[in-house]
Design a protein. Structure first.
Length: 402
């Protein structure tokens, strides 16, 4: 009987979230189990919704017709063009700046999560009931300043995760992509109607495993004429070239990014060392950090990531480690600090008891170290082979009259 071997788990990089494990992920809502009655009810609702949609479209077309007639009357009355009046009355931006989160929103979100946790969509509390529960909760009414700050920070983190978190699968990413592109197109068209600008944009996937299709939008159809008239190409050809570039640039970017991050980390460490010591020629020493840096300048590098060995950034060859160090330096988590007097005295005592012996790296030995130079060996007094091959100079002198 053959023994079945377990197939090892292989990490998949098919989604954007799997290729960026450091980003927070937006978990999809769990699917709701539907019974036979639920499915029948959904089908009936779909038919009713379709009928209502058809009636809505018919009424909307009638309204647009009546609206156009009214605009024509106004345009004729005030001697204006129909297009100008239509643009003035119809178009507006659907984009609104969102206000920052406040404590009330944080309390409502906390209470909503508490009341609706584990409940199906049909049994969740209404917004009015949630707000009433917040008002009647003494724990939320008598919060300390630290508790208020922690609750607001948690709410802000959740909002940032919803805004910038990675989609958990390709289907969710594609839906988000299509929805956002549609919104951008609507905003561009509305902006052209309000200001008269011309704009177009191209969108494509950033990895070969993504499922988004290339798309291009424009504020008006005439904007896309720029490509064939000036760039001698079409929108479809430009979209394909953009997709090819986006899917193949990753390898080159990864190779270049390692060296760039190593250089930036080294530069930030040395530059900040010179600033805190006021020494323009100060240089960083990782091998003899205690003697050359701490004991000499009375400063120390705080916040170095614990999972990374303390060494020169040029010797860190793992992308995760160099990115972590770079993020710590950019955010201020890793910084130079003047040492306290007690720490300076303790370090001096330690170095006095256990002095550090610096070892100078020996030069590489020559391959021909024990070989005598050409022309100096015993029995070889005429020079090198090249000199011996040269023809001897003639001593014969030829006069001018000959």
């Amino acid at each position: 009987m053959t023994q079945l071997t377990e197939i090892p788990h292989v990490t998949s990089f098919a989604t954007y979230a799997s290729r960026n494990p450091r980003l927070p992920t937006i978990e999809p809502a769990p699917p709701k189990k539907k019974s036979v009655y639920d499915k029948q009810s959904i089908e009936v609702s779909r038919v009713i919704r379709e009928q209502k949609q058809n009636a809505f479209v018919a009424d909307l077309e009638a309204f647009h017709e009546a609206q156009d007639n009214s605009i024509k009357v106004l345009a004729s009355k005030y001697n204006r063009k129909f297009a100008y009046m239509s643009k003035l009355l119809k178009h507006q931006s659907f984009y609104r700046r969102k206000r920052g989160a406040n404590l009330w929103n944080a309390k409502v979100a906390f209470k909503a999560k508490e009341l609706n946790e584990g409940k199906p969509p049909g049994e969740r509390a209404a917004p009015s009931a949630i707000r009433e529960a917040v008002k009647n909760d003494p724990a939320l009414a008598n919060m300390t300043d630290e508790e208020k700050a922690a609750l607001k920070k948690k709410f802000d983190d959740e909002q940032k995760k919803k805004k910038n978190g990675a989609r958990i699968n390709n289907k969710a990413a594609t839906l988000d992509y299509n929805h956002t592109v549609d919104n951008i197109e609507n905003e561009m068209k509305a902006l052209e109607n309000r200001t008269g600008i011309n704009a177009f944009g191209f969108f494509t996937r950033g990895h070969v495993n993504d499922t988004m299709q290339p798309a291009w939008v424009a504020s008006s159809p005439g904007c896309m004429s720029f490509l064939p008239e000036t760039m001698q190409t079409t929108a479809g050809e430009m979209g394909r070239h953009f997709e090819l570039w986006a899917c193949t640039k990753t390898d080159t970017k990864a190779r270049n990014e390692l060296g760039r991050l190593q250089s930036e980390c080294s530069e930030m460490i040395v530059q900040r060392l010179r600033e805190i010591t006021n020494r323009r020629n100060a240089m960083m020493s990782y091998q003899y950090y205690e003697t050359d840096i701490q004991a000499r300048y009375d400063v120390e590098l705080k916040g170095w990531p614990e999972m990374i060995e303390f060494r020169a950034p040029g010797k860190i060859t793992t992308m995760y480690e160099i990115r972590t160090l770079h993020a710590a330096l950019c955010s201020g988590q890793c910084y130079w600090k003047v040492m306290a007097q007690g720490a300076v005295a303790a370090l001096a005592k330690k170095l006095q008891q256990n002095p550090v012996k610096k070892t100078r790296q020996s030069r590489k030995r020559k391959n021909d170290e024990n070989v005598a130079p050409a022309g100096n060996a015993e029995g070889d007094k005429e020079g090198s082979k090249r000199k011996r091959r040269a023809a001897p100079k003639s001593r014969a002198m030829v006069g001018d009259d000959e």
